[in-house]
Design a binder for this molecule. Structure first.
Ligand code: 6R9
Length: 646
């Protein structure tokens, strides 16, 4: 934890939606009278029937109930598309950059409306209606956004399954939400490789039984259609009418389900609402990124994750933005791809994950410096704590020391940003998600007693005291699981499952999931903290730290380390790194083991699978569990082969 602060420049503050005084004023209003605050900000979206009640929520276990704007009626698709037609029909809504650097495409709001209405009518012709579930298993192509918006238009509930998930995972999601339609493509190119989407759907339907499919044909590579089950997207959509009035929905009607993994058990179907979700997604998009009319905004996430839902599609489009959608990867054809795309499309706001930043840092500054990044105004990060080393590289090399960095902490469950700096308002500190967004009341709880820690400086688990509009409403088909997962451990609070510290300035520092907190000789320590120390070493590209049972200390510290290109995996360096961590954090954080890991087991969304690392650290190779969701399952064999026999 560092106390360096980087205040916004006077220019940035003056030009932004909120400077520090405005943030303080709005934040105070949002928590002192949430009803009045959200009654006003709820109007940022268009309502078919205005709401008369605002907040009707209770975190009281076990009768948790969350309703916002409940008697209001709206249509999310109309908010993201139709309401822009008059003022910005010819403006680009989706700016698509293909995996192939020579191909891009601009879809205006008028064109978006046409595509979405035709697809919505196609859904209807296949018998899909209000409340029905539609699984989307799509590459990062504009049709993925059309498919989401077309569901919203007719009141169907979409559930996106990330293209990298296996047929088994896809089948269990189709079955869990009892979907009646799957929308897919024949193949999904990424980083020069092809993901066989249609083939995977065929395999999934073998497992869970047939449902109708709609297939976007992009190449001739996919398997053929099964008669009576598979339909060609282009054929049906081009024949469909583009007249499709949006279905009036109540604010609490579900907009989508998104499956997310917990620490144990099968994935949970996180259910999001229509009204509250859209209010929060659009408001955070505007304030966190200081989005202004005409800006070109780019979030590098995949639409298969919550970040893609809220910050590629719903938030930006509700605000009438030009949202860049990228099909490729940060390193294809080479490690300057992100920066080339920023230059090519004059990107103003750029939002990515620390893991991508760390991967690119190791590749040399010239990869960035050869591109003109003068259009950039805001840089964002999401998904995991950003280590100060990566923060500084992002700040210095990408931002040239001039661009505010917004480190946004939030979750699939929260729907929108919860802790984040605002570019013109919040002095940033490398590695801190800083302060709460409007309406968010974070608290630090003592994990043993469950009591709120009142002092400004505090350390414990992060919980949220009261509801916010985009909070998840339930686990699909299992409300009890929702209540038990998030509201049982600490009564009266939403439990985030993250550890957190609050510093003397009231800044929040996420220390990682609480299941990743180590207790070494009675000292609590975030694995993220040790990782951050390791990656601060010049030779280290990435590190993952897990605990393992230790006779004397309770838990010992086991570090997996990936080195930068060109650095040598030697015993001397191993010793040096142990000393380095001791020096950075203190003797209590001294690693017991440093294992070289040329690759780390990651999910396809880039999260390190610590469960596997813990098992390898424990020499327990027999119960590694399911490794099929890993991006590269073979790295596990290397880890086992390299396991330190000490
Ligand atoms: C949006 C998203 C949620 C978990 C969350 C936390 C971690 C996300 C973070 C962060 C530190 C940040 N996380 N953002 N940790 N700083 N800025 O990532 O959702 O995939 O559900 O993950 O990710 O541990 O609890 P999701």
């Amino acid at each position: 934890m560092t106390n360096e602060t980087y205040p916004p420049s006077a220019d940035v503050a003056a030009a932004s939606h909120a400077d520090q005084a405005k943030y303080e004023e709005m934040y105070a209003a949002s928590v002192s009278d949430p009803d009045a605050f959200w009654a006003e900000h709820g109007k940022r979206i268009d309502w078919i029937k205005p709401f008369s009640t605002v907040k009707n929520t209770s975190f009281a276990f076990p009768d948790v109930s969350i309703k916002w704007f409940e008697d209001g009626q709206l249509n999310v698709c109309a908010n993201c598309v139709d309401r822009h037609l008059e003022t910005r029909g010819d403006q680009t809504a989706i700016l698509w950059e293909s995996d192939d650097p020579n191909i891009d495409k601009k879809i205006t709001y008028t064109e978006l409306h046409d595509h979405v209405c035709r697809l919505a009518n196609t859904y209807k012709s296949l018998g899909v209606g209000k409340g029905d579930r539609v699984i989307l298993y799509m590459p990062m192509i504009p049709e993925a956004a059309y498919a989401m918006l077309a569901c919203a238009r007719i009141g169907a509930v979409h559930s996106i399954v990330f293209g990298g998930f296996s047929p088994d995972a896809l089948a269990s999601r189709i079955a869990d939400c009892k979907a009646s339609l799957v929308v897919t493509a024949d193949e999904g190119p990424r980083g020069g490789k092809n993901i066989p989407l249609k083939k995977n759907v065929d395999a999934a339907l073998e497992i869970c039984g047939d449902v109708q499919t709609l297939v976007v044909a992009r190449t001739s590579g996919g398997p053929g259609n099964k008669a009576g089950r598979d339909h060609d997207y282009d054929t049906l959509v081009s024949a469909a009418s583009n007249d499709c009035p949006p279905e009036p929905m109540t604010a609490e009607d579900p907009l989508f389900i998104l499956y997310t993994s917990g620490s144990t058990g099968k994935p949970k179907g996180v259910v999001h609402s229509s009204g509250g979700y859209l209010v929060s997604a659009s408001m955070t998009h505007e304030y966190t990124f200081d989005y202004h009319e005409g800006d070109i905004y780019w979030c590098t996430a995949d639409v298969g994750w919550i970040t893609g839902h809220s910050y590629i599609v719903y938030g930006p489009l509700a605000n009438g933005a030009t949202s860049l959608m990228f099909e490729g990867t940060p390193t294809y054809p080479d490690a300057s791809r992100f920066w080339q795309v920023c230059e090519k499309h004059k990107v103003n706001q750029f939002y990515t994950a620390p893991t991508a930043i760390r991967a690119l840092m190791g590749q040399g500054e010239e990869m960035v410096n050869k591109c003109d990044l003068s259009s950039l105004k805001v840089l964002g990060t999401v998904g995991e704590p950003i280590n100060p080393e990566a923060w500084h590289w992002y700040n210095d090399v990408v931002g040239k020391g001039k661009i505010p960095i917004v480190d946004t902490w939030w979750q699939t469950e929260t729907g929108a940003h919860m802790l984040t700096p605002l570019p013109g308002a919040t002095p940033t500190k490398p590695g801190s998600a800083t302060r709460p967004f409007f309406g968010v009341q974070p608290v630090i709880l003592d994990p043993q007693t469950g009591q709120e820690i009142d002092s400004t400086e505090a350390e414990g688990v992060l919980a949220i005291k009261d509801s916010w509009p985009s909070q998840m409403r339930t686990v699909y088909g299992d409300h009890e699981r929702f209540v038990n997962t998030y509201f049982a451990a600490y009564k009266g609070y939403y439990f985030t499952e993250d550890g957190c510290r609050r510093d003397s300035d009231g800044y929040y520092w996420i220390t990682g999931r609480v299941d990743d907190v180590l207790n070494v000789s009675g000292h609590r320590m975030g694995t993220a903290e040790i990782e951050s120390a390791l990656v601060a070493h010049k030779d280290v590209a990435e590190a993952a730290v897990v605990g393992y049972p230790h006779e004397v200390k309770g838990q010992g510290i086991y570090c997996y380390v990936t080195l930068n290109q060109g650095a040598e995996y030697t015993d001397e360096l191993r010793t040096e790194l142990r000393g380095w961590v001791r020096q950075q954090i203190g003797p209590i954080a001294s690693p017991d083991f440093v294992q070289w890991a040329p690759g780390l087991p990651k999910t396809r969304s880039g999260k390190i699978m610590r469960r596997i690392l813990r098992k390898v650290a424990e020499n327990d190779f027999g119960s590694l569990g399911d490794t099929s969701t890993l991006a590269e399952p073979e790295v596990v064999d290397d880890l086992i082969a390299n396991r330190m026999n000490k």
